[in-house]
Ligand binder design. Structure first.
Ligand SMILES: [Zn+2]
Length: 307
C-alpha cells in the first residue's frame, strides 16, 4: 500500500521520503519544536466541547496536545525556516501552563539533518504570537539572549510588527507581551507589505483572520508544492470552515482565507501543512470536492528532538 501511495504521488510530481516532501529540486522537511498543551476551548472557539472533543481529546485540565510544526524549505541556495516554535524562553510559570516537551528544539532537528543554525538563510514568520516567534531567540542559562539563526533574514509583515510593538488595546497587548524580548535582539529584519515573492519558488500570502496581517507561505514547483496554513488551519480538525480558534481576531476572514487557499491547493495540486496538529504535519487533499477537504495521504509530525 505504501509503495502504491508512493508511486501515485510520484506521478503527481512529488514523493514522500521519510517525513519530508521532494518536488522539483526542492526538499521540504517538517521540523517540530516539540509538543505542548493548550486550552481546547480556546483552540476551537464557538464549537461546543462535546463536539470538538471527538476530534481532539482534552486532558483532565481541559487541554489538548499540540505540535509546533515548522516547515524547512531547502532549495539549491536557500534554507528557509517557516515559524520558529516556542523556543526556550518561557518562564517557569508559562512552562507549568503549557508543559512543552521540546528537547533541543529546531536546532537539534537541523543538526540531525546535517545543517547548523548558521546555515539558515531565511526565517519567515506567519505572525508574532509566542508559539511561532519564541524560537527566533536563544536564551542562555544566564539570561543572555541571542538570535537563534544569526545569518538569517527574518521576514514578517510590517503590519504584524506594528501590532506587536504598539498594540492598540488590552487584548492585543496581552497577545504580544513577549514580542519586545524576541524582536529586539534581531539585527536582520525584513518587513514586507502584503503578498510577497521571496525566492523563485517561495512566496507569502496574507490570510488575515487569526491576526489581521497573518500570512501563509506557499511553495510552488514542478506542478506541485505546499501551502503552510500556520494558524488559520492549526490542526486537521480545523479544516472544517466553521471550526476556528477563539484567538482569531476575525473568524469570518479566516473562513474566507480557508476557502481561497483550499481552492488554490486543489487547483495546483499543492500539499498543505498544519502548525499544531499532534499527528499530521502535512497532507494532500483527496479528489472529493466537499466544503471540508479530506486528506488522501499524510506526513506524520517529527518526534520532539532528544535533549
Ligand atoms: Zn499558533
Amino acid at each position: 500500500m505504501e509503495a502504491l501511495k508512493r508511486s501515485l504521488s510520484s506521478l503527481l510530481g512529488s514523493v514522500i521520503v521519510g517525513p519530508m516532501l521532494k518536488a522539483g529540486g526542492i526538499t521540504i522537511h517538517f521540523l517540530n519544536d516539540g509538543l505542548w498543551w493548550d486550552d481546547g476551548g480556546a483552540q476551537f472557539g464557538i464549537v461546543p466541547r462535546e463536539i470538538w472533543q471527538r476530534e481532539k481529546r482534552p486532558n483532565e485540565r481541559g487541554r489538548i496536545s499540540m505540535s509546533l510544526t515548522c516547515p524547512l524549505i531547502v532549495t539549491r541556495s536557500e534554507l528557509i525556516v517557516v515559524d520558529t516554535g516556542i523556543g526556550n524562553r518561557l518562564s517557569p510559570r508559562e512552562q507549568q501552563f503549557f508543559t512543552p516537551q521540546r528537547g533541543s528544539g529546531l536546532t537539534g532537528q537541523l543538526r540531525a539533518l546535517g545543517y547548523t543554525r548558521e546555515d539558515v538563510t531565511h526565517v519567515v514568520l506567519s505572525h508574532l504570537h509566542f508559539d511561532h516567534l519564541g524560537g527566533v531567540i536563544d536564551k542562555a542559562g544566564d539570561g543572555t539572549i541571542t538570535p537563534t539563526f544569526p545569518n538569517a533574514r527574518v521576514v514578517l509583515q510590517r503590519a504584524e510588527w506594528e501590532l506587536a510593538t504598539q498594540p492598540p488595546d488590552e487584548r492585543l497587548a496581552a497577545a504580544y507581551r513577549h514580542a519586545p524580548e524576541c524582536l529586539e535582539p534581531l539585527a536582520n529584519v525584513d518587513l514586507i507589505d502584503g503578498d510577497t515573492t521571496l525566492t523563485a519558488h517561495v512566496r507569502t500570502t496574507v490570510s488575515g483572520g487569526h491576526t489581521s496581517p497573518h500570512q501563509c507561505v506557499i511553495v510552488e514547483t514542478a506542478g506541485t508544492g505546499l501551502i503552510h496554513f500556520a494558524d488559520i488551519v492549526p490542526t486537521t480538525a480545523h479544516l472544517r470552515l466553521a471550526w476556528n480558534a477563539a484567538y482569531d481576531t476575525d473568524p469570518l476572514v479566516t473562513i474566507a482565507a480557508k476557502k481561497r487557499l483550499y481552492a488554490e491547493a486543489r487547483q495546483k495540486n499543492l500539499w498543505v501543512s498544519f502548525s499544531h496538529d499532534d499527528v499530521v504535519a502535512a497532507g494532500r487533499f483527496s479528489n472529493e470536492t466537499g466544503k471540508t477537504p479530506t486528506l488522501a495521504e499524510t506526513i506524520p509530525i517529527a518526534p520532539p528532538s532528544e535533549t
